[in-house]
Write a protein that binds this ligand. Sequence first.
Ligand SMILES: *Cc1c(COP(=O)(O)O)cnc(C)c1O
Ligand code: SF4
Length: 353
Amino acid sequence: MTAARSLTTVAEFFEAGLVAEEKRAEARAVAEGYTVAITPSLAALIDRDDPLDPIARQFVPDAAELVTLPEERADPIGDLAHSPVEGIVHRYPDRVLLKAVHVCPVYCRFCFRREMVGPEGLGTLSPAALDAAIAYIAERPEIWEVILTGGDPLVLSPRRLHAIMERLAEIPHVKIVRFHTRVPAVDPARVDAALIAALKASGKTTYVALHANHPREFTTDARAAIARIVDAGLVMISQTVLLKGVNDDAAVLAELMRTFVENRVKPYYLHHPDLAPGTSHFRLTLAEGRALVESLRGRVSGLCQPSYILDIPGGHGKVRADSRAVEEADDGCFRVRDFRGETHLYSPEEGGA
Ligand SMILES: *Cc1c(COP(=O)(O)O)cnc(C)c1O
Ligand code: SF4
């Protein structure tokens, strides 16, 4: 299977029938601010006649992205506040993010790192920066897990991934390596034997967290790619962003979680949408999110229940969005208690709603 090229400009989206003539200028304005790209396999999934297509909504640039609200931030989850060396985010004692690459196979219109990802962003870590990042991990015995994210680490060549895994294999206190990726669903042909072999290292346990938001993303090819990963002995978990117009529906969410489980991917996190710039059209309220999560309880198997997560703006970490750590305060604000026990105000709509 030769992989066809991704669409990476508004002109290509237009030629593929994904952007209408009258929306072209707006889409171009969006693309000036935020990278656009979609893989051929996803483009083929989009129903051109459905203005509400949930795949199109995730990847086709939309004029609504030109609206940035005052509460939206370039760094919505505070990565920068916890980056001791380039490429590392160390927020929790026992695990770090290792961002080796800032490129993705597709660019999600709701991305929480949209100001940092893309070919014009930070690119791939230089060899010297990677050395420094690895040294940071090696010097800290409390780091039990390394989470490769980005960007999408599975866009790296098997050779580069293998090189990183070899370096991690030399660090005895690192037991778990986790990859966060969209590749198995959006570019399944990439998941070949060489790539899968590159994700393994002797003495380490590899987890692959698959980001998918709608059951239609599980094409026949995507299911086969997931099966190759699981058959190779890697553990898969899921990651989904709760998105208005994509999966903010009890039946869609239930089907999505079941589809993960049917494909041997254990539902892990359902993220409340972050306050990323130009993404207000995707956001639902915490009350709406809680009602949706509630609707899964009992209705679908316990295997299909993800944790509903809010990433506290400012870099204070994640909390269960349906727990008592998130309590309604005044004016539509919430009082959120982080994992250290400190309280923060979360105001998803500045000035209340
Ligand atoms: C989300 C995140 C993690 C991983 O958190 P888990 O709850 O273990 O999935 C680790 N570090 C940072 C900085 C994060 O944002
Ligand atoms: S794949 Fe992840 S990092 Fe890349 S654009 Fe989508 S959400 Fe952002």
